[in-house]
Design a binder for this molecule. Structure first.
Ligand SMILES: NC(=O)C1=CN([C@@H]2O[C@H](COP(=O)(O)OP(=O)(O)OC[C@H]3O[C@@H](n4cnc5c(N)ncnc54)[C@H](O)[C@@H]3O)[C@@H](O)[C@H]2O)C=CC1
Ligand SMILES: N[C@@H](CC=O)C(=O)O
Ligand code: NA
Length: 432
C-alpha cells in the first residue's frame, strides 16, 4: 500500500458533510485498504466556524472554501454545500487546481451538468455524484456502467424521500402536511429550502440526471415537467384508497416508442396498492429501470438522510481515489444521442378526475360528451351525492390512456359547463 495519503477537502459540514467526515475517520483503515492508500481530510470549509463539530480537528476548519480548493495539493474535493453558487465555481476551481470532485448536488448537476463534465474532461479529472440521485441507492453507477451495454427505455420511481415521507404519513397515520414536513426536516431529509422537495424541484433535478444518463442525452431541470405535492389533499388520498390505490410523487423518464425523443416528468400519481412502489414507506426511494436486454430492474433503499447519503459519497470517494492511483479517470458524460425532450402534452397516461357537479338529470351525459369530444375514453365513473346535500354531487372519472394535451383540453371544456361547479382534483394514474 502507498503510504503517502491522498488529500481530501470537504466543502460543507451539514447533515451529509458531518457524516462523511465521521465515516472517513471511523473507517479510515478499511478505506485505506480498499483504495490502496490512506485518505486524509486536510480541510473542511464551513459557514459557521464557531459551531462545535465532534470528531473534526478544529485546525481543519476554514471559512475560505476558495482558498481550500486552490491549494493545489488536493486530490479529491467533496462538495456537499448544495445550491448553484458558489458550488459551481468551487467545483471548476477544484478541477483547475488538480482535484477530482465528488458531489451530492443534484440541483447543480441538473442545471449545469454538461459544463461541469466538460470542465472535468478538459482537466482530466473525475466528476462522480452517486449521492445526487436516490441517496444511498446505487443508481447512477449502475446506469452509467453496469447498463452501458444495454438500451434503457424507461426509468420510473420515487426519488424524493421528503415527499414520500409526507405522503406516507398523511396516508397511514392521518398526519397533517405541515407536521409531516417538520418531521422530515428534523430527520435531515429535506433540502435547506424544503420548497425544493414539496414543489418537486428536487425530484425534477434527479429525473433530469437519470434521463440524461439512461438515454445518453442531455436533459436539464427545465426540460422536466414538474408538479409537487402541495396541492395533494387528504381527500385525494382518501379517494385513492377507495380505488385501491395510494398517492406517490413519481419521476418518470421515457424513451418515445419511435426512439426519436424522450420525456421526463415529475408529478403526484395514484398507483395500485398491489404495485411494489405502493409499499415504499417513509424516506425510502425505489426506482424501476426497464432495459431492452435486462428487462425490469428495481432499486430500493434509503433515499435521504445524512448517513445513507454519506455512504454514496464515500463509495464515490473510493472509486475516484482508485482512479487517481491508477492515473486514470472513470467514465465521463455520455450524451451522444442528443435526443430532444418532448413536451408534457405528448405524454400518454391515465387520469383520475374528481368533479363537483350539479346533482340533476343529464349531467353525467354532458360530462361524458366532453370527454368523447376531446377523444379521451372513460374507463369508470363513480357518482356520489354529497353528505351536505345542496343539490351537488361528486363525480369521479377514471380514463383510459390518453395524451396529456387531450386531458388538458377536456378539463378546460369541463370547467365551461354550467353544471360543473369545480374540478376538485386531477391526478394521473400509473403502474397499471
Ligand atoms: N440531506 C440529504 O438527505 C441529502 C442531501 N443531498 C445533497 O447534499 C448537499 C448537502 O445537503 P445537506 O447536508 O442536507 O445540507 P445542509 O444544509 O445540512 O449542509 C450544507 C452545509 O454547507 C454549508 N455551506 C453553505 N455554503 C457554504 C460555503 N460557501 N462554504 C462553506 N460551507 C457552506 C452550510 O452552512 C451547511 O452547513 C446538497 O446538495 C443536497 O441536495 C443529497 C442527497 C441526500
Ligand atoms: N431532500 C432530498 C434529499 C435527498 O436527495 C429528499 O428528500 O430526497
Ligand atoms: Na444514489
Amino acid at each position: 500500500m502507498r503510504t503517502r495519503p491522498l488529500k481530501v477537502a470537504l466543502l460543507g459540514c451539514g447533515v451529509v458533510g458531518s457524516e462523511v467526515a465521521r465515516i472517513m475517520t471511523t473507517h479510515a483503515d478499511d478505506l485505506a485498504a480498499r483504495i490502496g492508500a490512506p485518505v486524509e481530510l486536510v480541510g473542511v470549509a464551513v459557514r459557521r466556524p464557531s459551531k462545535v463539530r465532534e470528531g473534526i480537528d478544529p485546525a481543519l476548519i476554514t471559512t475560505d472554501a476558495t482558498a481550500l480548493v486552490q491549494r493545489g495539493d488536493i486530490d479529491v474535493v467533496i462538495e456537499v454545500i448544495g445550491g448553484i453558487e458558489p458550488a459551481r465555481t468551487l467545483i471548476t476551481t477544484a478541477f483547475e487546481n488538480g482535484a477530482s470532485v465528488v458531489s451530492a448536488n443534484k440541483a447543480l448537476l441538473a442545471e449545469d451538468g454538461a459544463a461541469l463534465h466538460a470542465a472535468a474532461e478538459k482537466y482530466g479529472r473525475d466528476l462522480y455524484y452517486e449521492a445526487a440521485v436516490a441517496g444511498a441507492i446505487p443508481l447512477v453507477r449502475p446506469l452509467r456502467e453496469s447498463l452501458a451495454g444495454d438500451k434503457v427505455n424507461r426509468v420510473l420511481g420515487i426519488v424524493n424521500g421528503t415527499t414520500n415521507f409526507i405522503l406516507d404519513k398523511m396516508d397511514t397515520s392521518g398526519a397533517g402536511y405541515s407536521e409531516a414536513l417538520d418531521e422530515a426536516t428534523a430527520l435531515g431529509y429535506a433540502e435547506a429550502d424544503p420548497t425544493a422537495d414539496v414543489e418537486g424541484f428536487d425530484a425534477a433535478a434527479k429525473a433530469a440526471i437519470l434521463a440524461g444518463i439512461a438515454f445518453h442525452t442531455r436533459v436539464k431541470i427545465g426540460d422536466v415537467h414538474r408538479e409537487g405535492i402541495t396541492e395533494v389533499t387528504a381527500a385525494d388520498i382518501a379517494s385513492a384508497r377507495r380505488m385501491g390505490c395510494t398517492v406517490k410523487l413519481l419521476a418518470i423518464c421515457e424513451r418515445a416508442a419511435d426512439g426519436a425523443s424522450v420525456t421526463a416528468r415529475v408529478h403526484p400519481a395514484m398507483i395500485p396498492l398491489s404495485h411494489p412502489l405502493a409499499s415504499v414507506r417513509e424516506a425510502y426511494n425505489a426506482v424501476f429501470v426497464e432495459a431492452e436486454a435486462a428487462g425490469q430492474l428495481m432499486f430500493y433503499g434509503p433515499g435521504a438522510g445524512g448517513s445513507p447519503t454519506a455512504s454514496a459519497v464515500l463509495g464515490d470517494l473510493v472509486a475516484v481515489c482508485r482512479n487517481k492511483l491508477g492515473e486514470a479517470t472513470g467514465p465521463g458524460e455520455s450524451a451522444y444521442t442528443r435526443l430532444p425532450v418532448s413536451p408534457m402534452g405528448e405524454v400518454v397516461t391515465r387520469y383520475h378526475i374528481s368533479l363537483d357537479v350539479a346533482d340533476k338529470p343529464g349531467v353525467l351525459a354532458q360530462v361524458a360528451t366532453v370527454f368523447a369530444e376531446q377523444g379521451v375514453s372513460i374507463d369508470t365513473v363513480r357518482q356520489q351525492g354529497r353528505p351536505d346535500g345542496g343539490g351537488e354531487a361528486s363525480l369521479v372519472v377514471v380514463t383510459h390512456r390518453a395524451p396529456d394535451a387531450a386531458l388538458s383540453g377536456t378539463v378546460e371544456a369541463l370547467r365551461k359547463l354550467d353544471t360543473v361547479r369545480g374540478v376538485a382534483s386531477i391526478m394521473r394514474v400509473e403502474g397499471e
